[in-house]
Design a protein around this ligand. Structure first.
Ligand code: HEM
Length: 310
């Protein structure tokens, strides 16, 4: 086991404890909806990266929208980050994945901080009672976690999975055929525009309104997102997922995703699929962000546990 594997296993255990027993489900992002679509790279993308899916050919994709909550029966009106995970099925038979959240940034800069934040949400071991001051105490020492929660409360619930933007959060390194390279962060922007609901309005909708709305929206035509790459300035941190870059950094159009249909075999797909931000292809590399580097191990432990119906 590598030096960092122990806290990662502990993070997954803590996520499982917070979610409660839901055999076969993800301990976070438990409630989801799988769709199929097509991505086509835009002309400027080639100047940024030589990655196979950014050269202008049409690429089949699998998409999973989800609620970050660990309870698969959570009401869709409960405020929490939503997610869009996209798997590009490349001509060489391999995959490249982008995992993105509806809120920019992340609540923790390192796996250790993330573990401490999750542990602060656990009940008292001895009494089983909630510890109402544990999270506020954590937030006092970690202002960037509080800033993430504030951003969440500005966009607590999307009106539609197809009307939220989603952010890839980490920096990745992109290299083009001409040998040039740059760091960038992904942003998916919905062509239908962004609409968010207040928790009060959202609580009055049905418990599964987001999945149902997506199905009915897709019956009337594709759900479309543009993929943009925010290019880092010289001094922008590329290893800190809590530090947002200035909003006026140039954004390069990478392509267009057209989501065509909800999967007819969604439940089986959800069990089989693993999205992993380290699934990359030539022309895209990892940054040194410690959260990014921790994720693949967590996803593989999680898949192992859920595929054993634990
Ligand atoms: C150390 C930090 C993190 C840990 C330990 C972690 C852990 C996990 C785990 C255990 C799962 C369930 C995986 C499965 O069973 O297939 C998951 C899913 C997910 N995570 Fe993370 N995560 C971390 C950071 C992030 C960040 C920074 C993002 C931002 C993009 C993110 C986005 C997602 C998404 C979108 C899914 C759902 C994927 C799907 O639909 O299958 N996670 N995460």
């Amino acid at each position: 086991m590598s030096e960092s594997a122990a806290p990662i296993a502990q993070i997954v255990e803590t996520m499982r404890a917070l979610a409660g027993p839901h055999p076969g489900f993800r301990p976070v992002h438990a409630k989801g909806c799988v769709c199929y679509g097509t991505f086509r790279g835009a002309p400027p993308a080639r100047g940024v990266s030589r990655a196979a899916h950014l050269q202008g050919e049409s690429v089949p994709t699998v998409i999973r929208f989800s609620n970050a909550h660990g309870n698969p029966d959570v009401h869709d009106g409960v405020p929490s980050p939503r997610a869009m995970a996209v798997k590009f099925q490349l001509p060489d038979g391999k995959n490249a994945d982008i995992l993105a959240l509806s809120i920019e940034g992340f609540p923790a800069r390192t796996p250790e901080d993330f573990l401490a934040f999750l542990q602060a949400q656990l009940p008292d071991k001895a009494t089983g009672q909630p510890r109402p001051d544990a999270v506020p105490r954590f937030l006092e020492k970690h202002p960037s976690t509080g800033a993430f929660i504030e951003r969440l409360m500005q966009k607590p619930v999307p009106a539609s999975y197809g009307q939220s933007s989603y952010h890839g959060e980490h920096a990745f390194k992109f290299s083009a055929a001409d040998g040039s390279s740059r760091f960038g962060r992904y942003h998916w922007v919905p062509e239908a525009g962004e609409v968010y609901l207040s928790p009060d309005d959202a609580s009055k909708r049905g418990a599964n309104f987001l999945g149902e709305e997506l199905e009915s929206r897709l019956r009337n035509g594709p759900v479309v997102f543009r993929l943009l790459l925010q290019v880092a300035g010289q001094t922008d941190p590329t290893d800190d997922v809590t530090a947002l870059w200035p909003a006026d950094r140039p954004k390069v159009e990478l392509g267009r995703l057209e989501i065509a249909r909800v999967s007819a075999t969604g439940i089986a797909d959800e069990r089989r699929l693993v999205f992993d931000p380290t699934n990359l292809t030539d022309g895209i590399e990892l940054s040194a962000d410690p959260i990014l580097l921790a994720r693949s191990a967590a996803y593989s432990i999680s898949y192992d546990r859920r595929s054993k119906e634990e």
